[in-house]
Design a protein around this ligand. Structure first.
Ligand code: PXG
Ligand code: PLP
Length: 445
């Protein structure tokens, strides 16, 4: 099936049936499609020839902007040289090289890297490594996993079990047993329109002590949280909250996993949120920005002590886990070229440099109608609107559609608009983004 540029939208809808679109209102979309055909820098080109400002780095993944020549060339060269090679009981140089490069930018100790193909696979991999580790050190009763309300850890059964976005779980009640959830940290009543990290909410971390008392520390394997929740609408960690989680997990021998699929690779101004907020977890999950979104790939960063504990048994396969495409040569080539760009263009630092300008821009929207809260950090931001009388999510979706109509791509979750422009964004482009968003908010019912 090909799209003919000259065909009008109605004709095109007749060719859209077979692709069952992920996380999409399929019927609504197919009646009124939004199609992108190419991308360069910070713009998509739509099928009707419009230049659309990418306010979301694709799906939070194209941190260096689109159409990066260095990545294109690296991928083309690699696919011609070695299109695939197994990494089960065999090897090729690229994942070794990439893992060494990643270890250089990782928080101290998190220097053993397990490759996956997505954030969902990274989350499930981290949970499995946590369980295997506890068993390896003789703590086999530590099987319980703790996530958090409103958390997103992808769509595998592990991820939805520890995740806390209700719609992602509702239709799939058969989940991992032995899972609990911490309360989320969104507290608009106390923290609305904060700049920087919200002041109130550190005590939400103390709920972990209650779960420890309830179940016994000897039964809990790991806690997994996003240092900043992206999917649920940019929910920031209150001041001191991540430190408190670290103290409690350490005290009780519970592993702490940071899911940095969104926050990794510069989004909040350092390679990882762990570094930005000075808290080192035991494992970090990543994907997305690892390859600038160009080729699917994920990576789990594991503390060397966890890795070493799993290398103790009798000779043989130490961890019965892996994916056909773990360490895929073409994905590795994309990741290596991406890391070069991040370094050469100092893009992580750029997110810090622009943070103040970005925050001021978004906070200028606070007096617009129906704005309940604005949250911004690094180069990520959320604008939460009040639901309208048609029900939750309707006003948010209207703003999203209006933005797209007006050549701006944003994300919507419920009534929160989420933005995460490529880290190459300029001040002038931030101004444009803010103006277009403001227009759309003004026009919404
Ligand atoms: N963990 C976190 C923290 C994520 O944000 C995943 C795991 C899963 O990654 P994969 O690669 O399996 O999709 C994610 C992905 C959005 C949105 O705008 C967020 C994600 C993906 C698509 C859309 O809400 N996050
Ligand atoms: N299903 C079947 C039938 C398979 O043979 C395999 C891998 O060999 C998988 C699933 C897992 O695929 P992947 O390794 O790409 O996750």
């Amino acid at each position: 099936m090909t799209f003919d540029n000259s065909a009008n939208m109605i004709e095109k809808t007749n060719t859209l049936d077979n692709f069952w679109m992920p996380f999409t209102a399929n019927r609504q979309f197919k009646a009124k499609p939004r199609l992108l055909e190419s991308a360069a820098g910070i713009y998509f080109t739509s099928d009707d020839g419009r230049q659309i400002l990418d306010g979301t780095a694709g799906l939070w993944c194209c941190n260096a902007g689109h159409g990066r020549q260095e990545i294109t060339e690296a991928v083309s060269k690699q696919i011609a040289k070695l299109d695939f090679a197994p990494t089960f009981q065999m090897g090729h140089p690229l994942p070794f090289e990439l893992a060494s490069r990643l270890a250089e930018i990782a928080p101290p100790g998190l220097n053993r890297i397990f490759f996956t193909n997505s954030g969902s696979e990274s989350a499930d991999t981290a949970l499995k490594i946590a369980l295997a580790y506890q068993r390896a050190i003789g703590q086999s009763s530590r099987t319980r996993l703790i996530g958090r309300e409103l958390g997103y850890h992808g769509v595998g059964f592990g991820g939805i079990s520890v995740g806390g976005m209700v719609n992602n779980r509702r239709a799939f009640p058969l989940q991992l047993p032995g899972v609990d959830h911490l309360p989320h940290t969104l507290d608009i009543a106390r923290n609305a329109f904060s700049t920087g990290l919200p002041e109130f909410g550190i005590e939400k971390a103390d709920e972990l002590e209650r779960l420890v008392t309830l179940h016994g520390a000897e039964n809990i394997a790991a806690v997994i949280v996003e240092p900043m929740s992206g999917s649920a609408g940019v929910i920031l960690p209150p001041v001191g909250y991540l430190q408190r989680l670290r103290e409690i997990t350490r005290k009780h021998g519970i592993l702490l996993i940071f899911d940095e699929v969104i926050t990794g690779f510069g989004r909040v101004g350092k390679a990882f949120a762990a570094q930005r907020w000075g808290v080192t977890p035991d494992l970090i999950t990543t994907a997305k920005g690892l390859t600038n979104g160009a080729i699917p790939m994920g990576a789990v960063f594991v503390d060397e002590r966890i890795h070493d504990a799993l290398m103790q048994g009798p000779d043989g396969i130490e961890l019965f886990h892996g994916y056909t495409y773990s360490g895929h040569p073409v994905a590795c080539a994309a990741a290596l070229a991406t890391l070069d760009i991040y370094q050469q263009e100092q893009l992580f630092e750029r997110a810090i440099e622009l943070e103040g300008y970005w925050q001021d821009g978004l906070h200028s929207l606070r007096d617009l109608p129906n704005v309940l809260d604005i949250r911004a950090i690094g180069l990520v931001g959320g604008v939460q609107l009040a639901a309208n009388s048609q029900g939750p999510g309707k006003r948010g979706f209207q703003v999203f559609e209006q933005c797209f109509h007006n050549d701006l791509m944003v994300r919507v979750t419920g009534d929160t608009l989420a933005m995460s422009p490529p880290l190459i964004v300029t001040k002038a482009q931030i101004d444009t983004l803010v103006e277009k968003l403001a227009d759309a908010i003004r026009q919404a019912d």
